[in-house]
Design a protein around this ligand. Structure first.
Ligand SMILES: [Zn+2]
Length: 300
């Protein structure tokens, strides 16, 4: 029996060392070993048992324990139990749903580069979806998980946008138009998400909307008008642009729409990149004021 355990241990060590170092945490592929007559499947429990065996045989060796997403979530869930309160479980619940969608451009040169960025340990960034120039949609995180795409950001009174939103990255270097195939895939994905999670149409935003001092994505090439026509985001009525009254407060209007106005210059640039596109200076022209007034009256 001791010899069988030793053999099993050595086999596992060879298996561990022979496996190329992976940056993605994946569920272990079941491998079957047959010491004597007992079949053992390399479930997570077995890996931990085997680790103890290896530790006994060779000292505390570095054997990677492969955690599934479910394992990692289970670990995180423990932190949600308040140790200072008594515990008895209610029986009715589900999980919190995303209520915003934030659109980004990657500022990179290929979808593979972005996927790799989101799988490297040191980058500390991710998004739920990445869409390639050819329209390929790659999901990289479960919709119910909090991806790290928004960073320091604010919309209305919400200061933790990662907790309430889904992140979609579009493969685009920031200086080029978005391809038709990519936008078509995006619209299909947005439709799915909007329906599935009952996301209000006003809550489809760009990264620059929620972080105007730090971010400029998606670029002025992004077709916000087309999105709004399909029910994702807001747009003005260009045939009914009236000059606002004397007492119209532009700063308040931007704030009521949702913008963080603590750095007004950046906010105006972000607003103009999205709604004016051809002029992204830091002052509001008469035309820009009409656009803002129209949006304000129309939706807020
Ligand atoms: Zn971004």
């Amino acid at each position: 029996m001791k010899y069988s355990l030793f053999l099993f241990g050595v086999m596992l060590l060879v298996w561990s060392c022979g496996t190329p170092k992976k940056t993605v945490l994946q569920a272990p592929k079941p491998i079957l070993v047959q010491p004597d007559t007992v079949k053992l499947e390399a479930s997570r429990e077995n890996l931990i048992d085997t680790r103890q065996v290896l530790d006994t045989l060779f000292g505390a060796a570095e054997v990677p324990v492969v955690l599934t997403t479910e394992d990692r979530v289970r670990e995180m869930m423990r932190e949600g139990i308040n140790k200072n309160a008594d515990w008895t479980e209610a029986m009715h619940y589900d999980v919190r749903k995303p209520n915003f969608v934030i659109i980004h451009h990657t500022a990179q040169t290929s979808i593979n580069q972005t996927i790799r960025t989101f799988q490297l340990p040191h980058t500390k960034v991710s998004s739920h979806y990445v869409i390639g120039r050819d329209g390929q949609v790659v999901q990289m995180l479960n919709d119910y998980l909090r991806s790290w795409h928004a960073g320091r950001s604010k919309w209305g009174s919400i200061t933790d946008m990662n907790s309430v939103s889904l992140g979609i990255e579009l493969d685009n270097n920031g200086k080029e138009p978005f391809s038709e195939l990519q936008i078509r895939s995006l619209l299909v994905l947005l439709d799915t998400l909007k329906t599935k999670y009952s996301i209000p149409f006003t809550n489809f935003l760009g990264h620059a909307d929620i972080a105007p001092t730090r971010k400029d994505d998606p670029s002025a090439f992004f077709p916000w008008k087309r999105l709004a026509e399909q029910g994702f985001g807001v747009w003005y009525d260009e045939y009914n642009l009236q000059m606002p009254p004397e007492n119209f407060n532009y700063v308040d209007a931007l704030r009521i729409i949702g913008y963080d106005v603590s750095n007004l210059r950046s906010t105006i640039i972000a607003f103009k990149r999205k709604f004016i596109a051809t002029d992204t200076s830091e002052t509001l022209t008469d035309y820009d004021k009409r656009v803002l007034y129209n949006l304000y009256k129309r939706y807020f």
